[in-house]
Design a protein around this ligand. Structure first.
Ligand code: ISE
Length: 334
């Protein structure tokens, strides 16, 4: 089968990292174009990419079979819609769009096209420990899940706002937690906060505590802390009727030396999810070579966004807010 020719829109931190993975770790593809953004020329030269085009020309180009959208969040939806219009498979980093109304337009466009073309960049679904946890729960040996305790901590997220903390950081968990429970939808959210870290002062409510109730009645708590200082720490423990199951601590190997034991904390998501990022891209390439899409769908991008919006409403109202998903099109039925 022919190699998939990929165009990458956005060559900032995430785009460059994905580009490197496509060039060095993924198989069955080659990158034929990058967008003419701030780092476009330099990145093309560094990775031997032949074409530097405007995003629109890149999507149109006969040299592009499929597209990776890794530009800033607010530009995603327009590029994804253009790809769907041209029938080109598209991998879009999260968030799929800035709000659920814009996500809905993407769902409508895919439904009109009659097939899935979008994969949303929720890489946790490709992390081996997340997958193991999900399988374990599905087998049922621990009984029903009753509660979930989860944490999303970044050492530092300079320039973050309350909104980004939910729509850009917590959004991973808003997708992953219901997925771990086999697709148990979040129905209600409550966003709480207490004293903020001195480094953010009045600017941000950091850390935040998000509480969720799911359709089956599971209660979940998620701490989101953008300036925890010590490392990138993603944790999740699921309390079931007959026991608990949790992700292992996210850190390096354990070193014992000079009467001491030490581990190094990860400082950024690229290290923690190194294999998951490559696996999600390989999933995209595998499906796109057949003109299709797999992995987290546009509906998953939409659903996480709808939950995030309910959290933002709760942050202002101080009360539980209900998530309104509207109708789920048949194209996304599990
Ligand atoms: C960032 O955009 C990501 O996608 C990371 O996975 C997340 O952990 C971080 O908080 C976000 O800012």
């Amino acid at each position: 089968m022919k190699q998939l020719r990929i165009g990458v829109i956005g060559t900032g931190r995430m785009g460059r990292a994905h580009l490197e993975r496509l060039c060095t770790a993924a198989t069955g593809c080659r990158v034929t174009a990058v967008s003419a953004s701030r780092h476009g020329e330099e990145t093309a030269a560094a990775f031997g990419v032949p074409l530097v085009l405007s995003p629109e020309a890149l999507i149109d180009s006969p040299e592009t079979d499929a597209v990776l959208v890794t530009s800033p969040g607010e530009s995603h939806a327009a590029y994804v819609l253009a790809c769907i219009e041209r029938g080109k498979p598209v991998f879009c980093e999260k968030p799929l769009a800035p709000d659920s109304a814009a996500c809905r337009e993407i769902l409508d466009a895919e439904c009109a096209a009659g097939r899935r073309l979008v994969q949303t960049g929720f890489m946790r679904r490709f992390d081996s420990h997340h997958a193991e946890l999900r399988e374990l729960l599905a087998k049922g040996g621990l009984g029903r899940a009753l509660m979930v305790h989860a944490t999303h901590r970044n050492p530092d997220n300079a320039g973050f706002t309350d909104e980004l903390q939910i729509m850009d950081a917590a959004i991973h968990a808003l997708d992953a937690l219901p997925w771990l429970l086999g697709g148990d939808r979040i129905t209600d959210c409550l966003a709480l906060h207490g004293t903020s870290a001195a480094c953010v002062g009045e600017r941000q409510r950091d850390p935040m505590l998000l509480l969720f109730r799911t359709a089956s009645g599971v209660l979940m708590d998620l701490e989101v802390f953008s300036h925890c200082r010590y490392g990138y720490d993603i944790a999740c423990e699921i309390v079931c009727e007959k026991g608990t199951a949790a992700l292992p601590p996210s850190s390096s190997v354990v070193v014992r030396e000079c009467s001491a034991r030490r581990v190094r904390e990860y400082d950024i998501w690229h290290e923690r999810y190194r294999h998951a990022f490559t696996a999600e891209l390989q999933c995209f390439v595998r499906n796109a070579r057949q003109g299709a899409a797999g992995g987290p769908s546009a509906w998953d991008g939409y659903a996480a966004c709808a939950v995030g919006e309910a959290c933002l409403r709760s942050l202002e109202s101080g009360i539980w807010e209900t998530v309104d998903y509207g109708e789920q099109p048949a194209l996304y039925a599990e």
